[in-house]
Write a protein that binds this ligand. Structure first.
Ligand code: TMP
Ligand code: ASP
Length: 253
């Protein structure tokens, strides 16, 4: 996809996105890449079309959150691969909410895959690739002093509101939100907002269609992690389903 007008310097490059400055103060442009990584980039591939799909899916989901009054960094779409967002300082904590058991929790605890977790489990990880994003305990978070107790409470409340809204939104798209990871940021005014992306790279999504087999139901990055194939087809199905919800991502002007 062509680079939109008014894109400035590259500010940061991550595994799946590039963040660029724009000519507007406090606004960045996020470019979604086709690169796919798993296991902290020990597995890598180029999946043509993934950047576009994740950008459009994330735009729909940010619209759903904004409509529910949940603050996000999202400002609108620049084109199919690029999103405008408020410049924020990312808090180096990955917040994971688990509605069902899958992935790492099934390797670390005696819990069977697909077990419903009620109330949903909230896990915090320290965001640092060099350390492999370790799970944080309360004591370790307090010791690190990255966030105050008040901020931590605000982060957890916001993440649970995100879970409630995303679960409802995906259910309308006949998808089960198994778990997801979000990152939060602080605006220059100190407002806590949902940042980064919400997409099949950062969520586990299972089709609610009753007669499909367990692996066919998987529409997220587990298809890549577990070599199940048809990654782009699955992401395309997620986009198709969220497009049917009438959320209409706004073009950014
Ligand atoms: P986990 O089962 O590996 O702990 O992952 C939980 C959720 O978080 C799952 O939806 C995938 C997402 N996730 C990321 O978005 N980035 C990551 O680096 C990891 C490890 C998980
Ligand atoms: N996001 C991590 C990576 O890019 C891990 C994962 O999603 O499995 O390697």
């Amino acid at each position: 996809m062509a680079r939109p007008a008014d894109i400035g310097d590259l500010l940061y490059e991550g595994k799946a996105k590039r963040i660029h400055a724009t000519s507007r103060e406090g606004v960045v442009a996020i470019e979604f890449k086709d690169a796919a990584t798993a296991f902290n980039a020990r597995r890598r591939a180029e999946l043509q079309g993934k950047g576009r799909l994740n950008c459009l899916i994330a735009a729909h989901l940010f619209e759903a959150l904004e409509q529910a009054g949940i603050p996000t960094h999202y400002l609108g779409l620049l084109n199919d691969n690029w999103m405008a967002a408020r410049a924020v300082e990312i808090i180096p904590i990955e917040v994971v909410i688990r509605n069902r058991a899958a992935g790492s929790i099934c390797k670390q605890l005696p819990i069977a895959p697909a077990t419903l977790i009620e109330p949903p489990l909230l896990d915090l990880y320290y965001k640092d690739d060099a350390l492999d994003d370790p799970l944080l305990s309360d004591a370790r978070l307090t010791m690190l002093g990255i966030v105050s107790e008040v901020q931590r409470h605000a982060i957890e409340c916001l993440a649970r509101r995100v879970n409630d809204r995303l679960r409802q939104t995906f259910a309308r798209a006949r998808l089960d939100l198994v778990d997801f990871k979000i990152e939060l940021g602080l605006t220059p005014q100190g407002q806590l907002v949902v940042a980064d992306e919400i997409s099949p790279d950062s969520c586990r999504l299972w089709k609610l269609d009753p007669d499909s087999d367990a692996n066919d139901r998987i529409l997220d990055k587990d298809r890549f992690r577990r070599n199940l194939g048809n990654v782009i087809k699955a992401y395309g199905e997620v986009l198709k389903r969220v497009q049917e919800l009438g959320l209409h991502p706004t073009p950014y002007r």
